[in-house]
Design a protein around this ligand. Structure first.
Ligand SMILES: [Zn+2]
Length: 198
């Protein structure tokens, strides 16, 4: 999944406070829009909320939408290896954040084109998956990934800005090679790919 410019690696801590000692606890919260105090997340419960401990301003912890493409060529799937943080060197799938006003299937095609240059045939819906994503200054926020399946039509995968390399991996080996996956939800995606393509 393509990273946003503001994205940072979770292991690097929370934005401005990383690398130096501060009195503030690393809440991962961004400033309250009313009073500027770092907001907090309700630990559990549904629906989850962000709230300000000072002025009690509240908003829901709305998810962001991402879209990804599973490209099939014979009995192999295209995987990318990430070139940049977060999760440099980890395996990834073509995909990224959906723009405002863009349909998820169009976003999946756009991200595939931007990241690999490949052209695919008709696409079909595979499934949707919950995960979370870290952005410096905002902390972790929930995401829903919409994934689509398509057959490779033409092009040799060339790694775009975000990917160091692209490779075709046999379906039977997906998620079973001990390789590090960039996102937790990829194991669920792979499970569904194995079920969908027999
Ligand atoms: Zn406040």
């Amino acid at each position: 999944m393509k990273a946003r410019a503001a994205a940072g690696d979770a292991r690097r801590g929370t934005g401005a406070s990383s690398g130096r000692r501060t009195a503030r606890r690393p809440t991962g919260g961004f400033p309250c829009v009313v009073c500027g105090t770092p907001v907090r997340r309700t630990p559990r419960g549904k629906p989850r909320r962000l709230w300000c401990p000072r002025c009690l301003y509240r908003i829901y912890d709305y998810p962001r939408i991402t879209a990804g493409m599973i490209v099939l060529k014979e009995r192999a799937v295209l995987l990318l290896r990430r070139a940049h943080p977060p999760r440099r060197g980890y395996l990834d799938l073509p995909g990224g954040f959906v723009d405002a006003g863009e349909w998820t299937e169009d976003a999946a095609r756009r991200e595939l084109r931007e990241e690999t240059g490949l052209t695919v045939g008709p696409i079909r819906f595979l499934g949707r998956y919950w995960d979370r994503y870290f952005i410096r200054g905002f902390g972790f926020f929930p995401i829903i990934g919409f994934y689509y399946l398509a057959r490779w039509r033409r092009g040799v995968p060339r790694a775009g800005d975000d990917a160091a390399s692209a490779e075709w991996v046999p379906i039977g080996r997906l998620g079973r090679t001990g390789a590090r996956l960039a996102w937790k939800h990829m194991a669920e995606v792979f499970r569904d790919v194995r079920r969908a393509v027999r």
